[in-house]
Design a protein around this ligand. Structure first.
Ligand code: HEM
Length: 381
């Protein structure tokens, strides 16, 4: 038999096999335009720059707002839903039936290992108990508030004031990302350090950059199937695998140096111490003005805050795995917003975005505005 015949037969066999496998996986699932061999890969590549919009379009068009997507050669398979009843089923009612899964763990394991974000079963529940205990402690709450006050008073506000006086525009997105990072490192490591320009410490800057790189590469790994090329780059320690390994090395070294410094201090003192946004774009759930920026949709006629069920708006997740840092995050957001808006007026520099022409975004876990958010500040009278 000629080599071309063998290739054609192999191709047909693979096609039939993949087709049968897909039918068996979920016979009734809605799967927009999948190619039998390539799945949704071509569309994925074409829509890389507008990934969330592409997914939203597909989810909106799906009869049950739930879709199935495939990687090439059946290498990966994902079901995505924007139906609150399905979210409730997955995150709350039948929580025990669903776990992170091998693909997520493989993509994220270099960065998060067996930590709370990636663990399942008993390993997760043990860490969750510890986290819940820590997050509910009054001393942690007080410490978080103190840390916030320190970083606001010593860095963020003076930084914004200097920008207002010089008249130079500031990238508010980058500024707040750095502020949040400094805060969380201070809470997590118990050491004050900064990524802010002249107040910045080079070692901490390197940590910020390493963390960004590690999250970005791990996030993309979660979205794309693990191919033999990825396995080879890991083995040979080249390309993105090498960048990831180096970034994780920086994070590990920093963590070790903090632990060693703490141990030394304790010895000296001779003491011993004990991702969702897709649901917000569904007309069915948010009425016909679902694409408009309307903060008042959260307020009743009397101006009272109206909460929405977490299955409909799961920005902090829902159920037993809901974000334990939610209150801390709200405290930070409200404190920063109040402190900044009381002192400054902010004018966005870039052409005003609208729902017809929203700002482009970067494909990262945190969904950043492409090019940043440049604002000009003025000190209020
Ligand atoms: C605006 C800020 C925040 C948002 C939108 C957010 C959102 C989320 C979401 C969606 C999850 C679930 C992730 C998943 O299971 O795939 C999560 C989990 C988690 N978050 Fe947050 N979070 C925020 C801030 C924080 C902060 C400040 C902390 C801690 C200081 C924190 C700690 C955690 C932890 C430990 C988990 C893992 C919980 C578990 O798996 O049991 N988060 N967060």
């Amino acid at each position: 038999m000629e080599i071309t015949h063998i290739a054609v037969l192999f191709f047909l066999f693979t096609t039939v096999l993949l087709y049968a496998r897909r039918r068996r996986a979920s016979p009734s699932a809605y799967c927009p335009h999948p190619h039998t061999v390539l799945g949704n890969t071509v569309e994925f590549i074409r829509n890389r720059g507008r990934f969330f919009d592409w997914y939203t379009d597909m989810l909106r068009a799906a009869p049950s707002n739930t879709i199935e997507a495939w990687g090439p050669f059946g290498a990966s398979h994902a079901v995505t839903t924007a139906d609150p009843a399905a979210v409730d089923h997955l995150l709350r009612a039948k929580f025990a039936n669903y776990n992170r899964g091998a693909q997520f763990r493989a993509a994220q394991s270099d960065l998060i290992g067996d930590g709370i974000f990636g663990a399942d079963g008993r390993l997760w529940s043990l860490q969750r108990k510890l986290a819940s205990y820590a997050f509910s402690s009054r001393s942690l709450r007080r410490f978080t508030q103190d840390v916030l006050a320190v970083h606001l008073g010593r860095r963020l506000l003076p930084f914004l004031e200097a920008a207002a006086l010089s008249g130079e525009a500031v990238d508010l997105q980058e500024t707040l990302r750095r502020f949040a990072f400094d805060n969380i490192c201070h809470v997590a490591f118990g050491v004050e350090s900064s990524t802010f320009l002249e107040w910045g410490d080079p070692q901490h800057q390197a940590l910020f950059k390493a963390f960004d790189t590690a999250v970005e590469i791990s996030f993309m790994r979660t979205l794309t199937p693990s191919t033999p090329v990825r396995k080879l780059t890991k083995l040979l320690n080249v390309g993105k695998s090498r960048r990831l390994r180096e970034a994780i090395g920086v994070i590990d070294n920093h963590a070790m140096s903090v632990i060693e410094a703490k141990e030394a201090t304790q010895r000296n003192n001779n003491q011993a111490e004990g991702d969702p946004d897709l649901l917000s774009r569904m007309e069915k759930l948010w009425s016909e003005n679902f694409l408009e920026f309307l903060p008042e949709r959260w307020l009743s006629d009397d101006g009272e805050f109206v909460a929405v069920d977490a299955a409909q708006y799961p920005v902090f997740h829902a159920g037993p795995r809901a974000c334990p840092g939610k209150e801390m995050a709200y405290l930070q957001m409200k404190t920063v917003a109040a402190a900044v808006l009381r002192r400054f007026t902010l004018n966005v520099q870039a052409p005003t975005a609208s729902m017809e022409s929203p700002p482009a975004y970067e494909m990262t876990g945190g969904m950043k505005i492409l090019g940043g958010l440049h604002v000009q500040l003025k000190i209020r009278d």
